[in-house]
Design a binder for this molecule. Structure first.
Ligand code: DQA
Length: 153
């Protein structure tokens, strides 16, 4: 029997406030709701998802370092650190498996300072603008990658 692929799903600062935070941008779904959806979707793909959220850059860096050898992929919404953190980029670059970047909002439709992502430099791809379903889309992309063994050029 093959082992289920393990996916670490990381959420960055202020995403613990989803549901209360700017619902006109981020919607009404809470982080607990997203987590339940991701865990169920992962099960459907035969994967195991472990979801964590932190408001602290260093804690996210440590979790990414510790994911080496323990997880097969990382799905990350680094929130505001997307636009500021070389430390997260460096940590993700060290990770040997695929990284999928997720944003609830379409960062390219928003303020110019949100248009640049440091995370993208280490990511296979980015999903932005589809709200919570973006996390499920990330799992779908990983499932496809693992079934076909092909990365989209
Ligand atoms: C976000 C977009 C970021 O610009 C913002 O700082 C967030 C959330 C998103 O999911 O749309 O906190 O990553």
């Amino acid at each position: 029997m093959t082992m289920a692929k393990r996916v670490l799903v990381l959420n960055g600062p202020n995403l613990n406030m989803l549901g209360q935070r700017q619902p006109e941008i981020y919607g009404h779904t809470t982080l607990a709701g997203i987590t339940a959806d991701v865990e169920a979707a992962a099960g459907g793909f035969g994967m195991e998802a472990v979801c964590r959220q932190s408001n602290h850059e260093g804690e996210l860096v440590t979790w990414i370092q510790e994911a080496r050898g323990d997880f097969d992929a990382i799905v990350i919404n680094a929130a505001a650190y997307t636009h500021t953190s070389v430390a997260l980029l460096d940590a993700l670059t060290l990770f040997e498996g695929p990284v999928v970047e997720v944003h609830l909002s379409n960062i390219h439709r928003r303020e110019p300072f949100r248009h640049h992502s440091y995370i993208s430099g280490a990511a296979l791809g980015m999903i932005a603008g589809f709200g919570p379903v973006g996390y499920r889309m990330a799992l779908m992309a990983l499932d496809d990658l693992w079934r076909t063994g092909e990365e989209t050029p």
